[in-house]
Write a new protein. Structure first.
Length: 487
């Protein structure tokens, strides 16, 4: 897509267009889940304390391939516990089951969409499985991180916990329990309320033990799918066998390669398993309530962070105001060299490790190396009305002589129309990180999509889900169309 909005369109008009668009599309709750576990209306075949079943029948486009799918997705409350399963069977054009979703222990573990204890805001809350919205503290380190950004192509089983004991509170997360040996992305924040009129101090740490764990490698041979010459097989074993077979007749080997009968296996494949790069970020914050009433509050705060072996960033002053269903915050920010705010954000799993050309791996941390210092501002706003939906957006604008990009925009919004309307819910989202101009072209980490729920009959809905993600210089499109029956 070369242009979504003409290049000469003023930024204020472009932002106004986006916000108008977002007001017409819907969103998910503060802790969003897959549509299978988010009923589009209040009507259900079971009570709020009983098991809810969703049966689905439809199609999905994954990695350019069309699959027919059938699924059962129960949502099971057990006291303070909750369990969501994703028992989906997918079949290709020949009617063959997509076996890689059922052929190993991890595949069966992935059928657990989530296990939770408690609810967000309880004295103790924990969730295992899909994580759709994780923000640490005031967000300069991690803001709205999601491990479901490539779902259902890639399923990650994450962990999140939050709670409080007396004056101490905490948050902790892990992006994927299968990456424990790396380890993968892990983060924690602790805060302490001093009791001095609400003065609260916090400290955070986030660590990704191996950014290359994000590379897609379906056959686990160490060669990312984009470079894999022999999908489904070990490239190194096949290459060695072929080299041995053609050792005495290299002319035939070269002819078969040049004619397209064989991929060019003459070069040694580049394995990401031979390299490992970690990144760590530390942070601290302080907050103080100027006004603290039930329906009206104003907080002032400051936060800072350091990406180890890279640079520092500050947000001072910062202010957050809540008036009924509206929450607004704003910060003035300063970044030293080699620093970006909210390094672990919504699109982190897309930017975590990239391929440049056919042999060079580039981690998100590597993109910091030539960054200069910058100054600017950050702001976000959330309007949430329980019976209508909500609108959320955040925007960062940083400027510096040697600071590339500098502007990031994230938005999602939603409406739930009145029950008399056939359209039960519409939802949409857009993010484009670290650019000079929005919408002109898709850049690394750009993601946008929409979901539509349409009532066919009581407890029967048509669900349309369309998502575009842009990474490794390519568009990746996922489309899901299915009939969902709730009983």
């Amino acid at each position: 897509m070369n242009s979504l909005i003409p290049a000469e369109l003023p930024m204020k008009v472009a932002l106004g267009f986006l916000l108008s668009l977002l007001l017409c599309v819907a969103a998910v709750g503060q802790e969003a889940t897959d549509p299978a576990f988010e009923p589009p209306t209040g009507q259900s075949g079971s009570s709020g304390s009983g098991v809810r079943w969703n049966g689905t029948l439809g199609m999905v486009i994954m990695n350019g391939k069309v699959y027919q799918q059938f699924g059962l997705r129960p949502d099971i409350p057990i006291g303070n516990w909750g369990l969501g399963l994703d028992l989906t069977f997918r079949f290709d054009a020949n009617g063959n089951l997509k076996k890689d979703e059922w052929d190993n222990a991890r595949a069966y573990l992935e059928k657990i969409y989530y296990v939770r204890y408690g609810q967000p805001g309880d004295p103790f809350y924990a969730r295992l499985g899909a994580l759709d919205n994780v923000t640490l503290g005031y967000g300069i380190i991690m803001r709205r991180y999601s491990n479901t950004i490539q779902y259902p192509e890639i399923k990650r089983i994450g962990f999140y916990s939050e709670g409080e004991v007396d004056q101490f509170s905490w948050q902790a997360m892990m992006n994927d329990v299968s990456e424990l040996d790396q380890p993968g992305l892990m983060a924690m924040r602790g805060s302490y309320d001093t009791g001095l009129k609400g003065l609260t101090f916090g400290a955070s740490i986030a660590h990704d033990g191996n950014q290359f764990a994000a590379l897609k490698d379906a056959d686990h041979d160490g060669i990312p799918d984009r470079l894999d010459l022999f999908p489904g097989k070990n490239d190194f074993d096949i290459r060695n066998d072929l080299l041995a077979s053609f050792r005495s007749d290299t002319a035939l080997r070269d002819y078969l390669i040049s004619s397209g009968y064989l991929p060019d296996f003459r070069k040694v494949p580049v394995s990401y398993r031979d390299i490992k790069e970690s990144v760590t970020e530390l942070g601290a914050d302080v907050g103080f309530p100027l006004i603290k009433e039930k329906k009206f509050s104003v907080w002032t705060y400051a936060q800072m962070a350091k990406i180890v072996n890279n640079g520092w960033g500050w947000a001072l002053p910062g202010a957050r105001m809540q008036v009924g269903p509206l929450v607004v915050s704003a910060e003035y920010r300063q970044y030293g060299r080699q620093f970006r705010g909210q390094f672990f954000d919504f699109t982190y799993e897309l930017e975590r490790a990239q391929l440049e050309g056919d042999s060079l791996f580039v981690t998100k941390e590597k993109t910091l190396k030539n960054l200069g210092s910058a100054r600017g501002y950050f702001g976000d706003a959330l309007l949430s009305i329980e019976t209508f939906g909500y609108l959320y957006a955040w925007y960062e604008d940083m400027h510096g002589a040697e600071y590339t990009g500098g502007r990031t925009l994230y938005g999602e919004a939603g409406i739930t129309p009145p029950p008399a309307i056939r359209v039960q819910k519409i939802s949409g989202y857009y993010m484009q990180p670290d650019v000079k101009r929005f919408f002109e072209r898709e850049t690394e980490g750009t993601i946008y999509g929409a979901k539509l729920y349409f009532a066919l009959a009581r407890n029967v809905s048509l669900v349309y889900d369309h998502r575009i993600t842009y990474y490794n210089g390519e568009n990746h499109r996922t489309v899901r169309v299915e009939t969902m029956v709730t009983f």
